[in-house]
Design a binder for this molecule. Sequence first.
Ligand SMILES: Cc1cc2nc3c(=O)[nH]c(=O)nc-3n(C[C@H](O)[C@H](O)[C@H](O)COP(=O)(O)OP(=O)(O)OC[C@H]3O[C@@H](n4cnc5c(N)ncnc54)[C@H](O)[C@@H]3O)c2cc1C
Length: 397
Amino acid sequence: MVLCVSEEDFVTTANRQDVEEIRHAVRTLCDGYGEDYWKDLDASRGYPTDFVREMTQAGFLGCLIPEAYGGAGLGLFEACAILEEISRSGGHPGAAHAQMYVMGSVLRHGSAEQKAAYLPKIADGSLRLQSFAVTEPTTGTDTTSLKTFARRDGDVYRVSGQKVWISRVEHSDLMVLLARTKPVEERAKKTDGLSAFIVDLRDAIGNGLTVRPIDAMINHHSCELFFDDLAIPARNLLGEEHKGFRVIMDGMNAERILIAAECVGDARYFIDKASAYARERVVFDRPIGQNQGVQFPIAQSYAQTEAAALMVERAAQLFDAQARCGAEANMAKMLAADASWKAGDMCMQTHGGFSISRDYHIERKLRETRLYQIAPISTNLILSYLAEHVLDLPRSF
Ligand SMILES: Cc1cc2nc3c(=O)[nH]c(=O)nc-3n(C[C@H](O)[C@H](O)[C@H](O)COP(=O)(O)OP(=O)(O)OC[C@H]3O[C@@H](n4cnc5c(N)ncnc54)[C@H](O)[C@@H]3O)c2cc1C
């Protein structure tokens, strides 16, 4: 069912003027980290430590944390603007975006003690919570079938199993983990029997947790994790035992909307770059942009991107109004990822042979934006969500 919310129901904590000021401040900060900075990190699989530090100190990565816990207390609408500007500048927000939203599990489901212990330190950057471990090699998208097991043993849970594609583990102090706490045969329904935990990586690595980086197409710092009887203090359970799926699901809409905003930033980056090149590059004694065969794909990308941006805005506003936004979050992510992928392809075509040169940065951005057809949820799974939950078509799996 599509939820209709009137414009008056939208509550955003900042008005458009404020958002423009935020965008300007992010753009200014990003100016200090040019495209060569990101290109060099990509080549060396390096982490943008300085950039992340400056973004944290400026309050951008703690923007969703309420003021009572030392954050900026802004909404997803403003957070989207921040990530979009990083992408549009040529940067790669994937290195830092999770510091914004993984803490949502603590904020919405943590105990008073957990919130007081973690949120102020995440806001000031002294604790990095930018990893969450859900995906497993043998179950993939079928999250409710995951196998990593956490067995209660006195004051601890003992965890054994394996995760894959878990990003930024090497650059995080804490990680949210989803594990099974009830055998599959005993669960009342598919989502029952999973629990969420806060894992202190500083204690865990080398003491039951092994981290192996994956050699990947993009610089996303993703790793395989091997749990061998890792002891997690029982007080680190996040939310209720066996009800961890809800803890994780709550954060997924935020993640999809924020990543959609990054895709809008990528698409705008490609459109800016293609337009500039099409105006300047002269072949056959005229700018290539004078040819409609070159103009039209740029104009088409522009139209697709503006439409996707509206859906991102709508999804963020619904999220901020605490209204249901599953359909909009999914559509925003799919439309924006499609727009950025097509804009990237268009940008390469506009640049001809030069697009292949790493010095033009287009191929790196295209690789980075390609991820979002697959993660954090693939296009097929979005379509199946819309078919089942919005269009009332028969469930397929
Ligand atoms: C760079 C990167 C970073 C990541 N970071 C994280 C992270 O930090 N934490 C984390 O938990 N996970 C992370 N992931 C995992 C990511 O969320 C998954 O890769 C993604 O959800 C898809 O799962 P899968 O790769 O197992 O694909 P599979 O589930 O094996 O699916 C493969 C393909 O089959 C399709 N498919 C599967 N079932 C169906 C069906 N029933 N109907 C139609 N099509 C279907 C899918 O759409 C997909 O295209 C990351 C992945 C990557 C690549």
